[in-house]
Design a protein around this ligand. Structure first.
Ligand SMILES: *Cc1c(COP(=O)(O)O)cnc(C)c1O
Length: 234
């Protein structure tokens, strides 16, 4: 596994001949195989936030089709033209969503990873009815119980899922961003347990520094930015 001291763009040896995308895919496949899983069951969401179309196009040319953004406005500026040119691209929202942007998000995104509170749930249900489009959702869980962190409290998860089922929202699974700077594995394992407890099969977890650990612990979606695109400025 990648030691915590690695910078996000570092990678283990043995992948030097590959492009960044091919290396990430190979590392996902390897981690999946160790865990008795299939690499193809893990969706790589390429997080292209802050990156211009000129940085995204080479990945599309190499075959990547699933991308993630964390701001609705930025995605609205960047993606309509790309999707028109490459209609099979899928766009995921991985950032905090304000209720007043729910409709815009439902129109643009193919999956939303950041459902975290009852008011947003109500706004998304309303938006999906209005737009006539059911967008798969992940409930973001504040898995480290961090005060400043987004995501629903673990204690509030059952009620939020009950509300989602009552509103007939397509909840696919759970998502988390574990606390920075400490071992992520226990948090990934806990998210997996919570998902299993609630009969949910989707697990959106793992970023550039820890996606292999996440895959070994059952991630169905890994969200990788800097290891694919290089460091973000700012
Ligand atoms: C930016 C971001 C990522 C990608 O992070 P990297 O460390 O660059 O791979 C994943 N998930 C969320 C929610 C993000 O905001």
């Amino acid at each position: 596994m990648t030691p915590a001291s690695h910078t996000p763009a570092d990678q283990p040896t043995g992948y030097d001949d590959l492009s960044p995308l091919a290396a990430i895919r190979a590392r996902i496949d390897h981690a999946a195989k160790i865990a008795g899983r299939k690499g193809e069951d893990v969706t790589l969401v390429a997080i292209s936030k802050t990156k211009p179309a000129s940085a995204i196009l080479p990945l599309i040319a190499e075959g990547q089709r699933v991308f993630g953004e964390n701001r609705v406005q930025e995605a609205q500026d960047k993606w309509p033209a790309l999707i028109e040119a490459y209609p099979d691209c899928k766009l995921h929202l991985v950032g905090q969503l304000q209720s007043n942007k729910a409709e815009a998000a439902v129109r643009l995104f193919d999956c939303i990873h950041s459902l975290d509170r009852p008011s947003l749930l109500t706004a998304l249900a309303h938006a999906m009815d209005k737009v006539g489009r059911r967008v798969p959702l992940f409930v973001q869980v504040n898995i480290g119980e961090e005060e400043q962190k987004g995501g629903c409290a673990i204690a509030d998860l059952p009620a939020l899922l009950t509300q989602a089922r009552a509103a007939d929202l397509p909840v696919q699974g759970l998502m988390c961003v574990p606390p920075a700077g400490i071992e992520a594995a226990p948090f990934f394992a806990l998210l997996g347990k919570l998902a299993a407890d609630h009969g949910l099969s989707g697990l959106s977890m793992g970023m550039s520094e820890d996606f292999e650990t996440a895959v070994m612990l059952g991630a169905t979606h890994v969200r990788v930015g800097s290891a694919l695109f290089g460091r973000r400025e700012g």
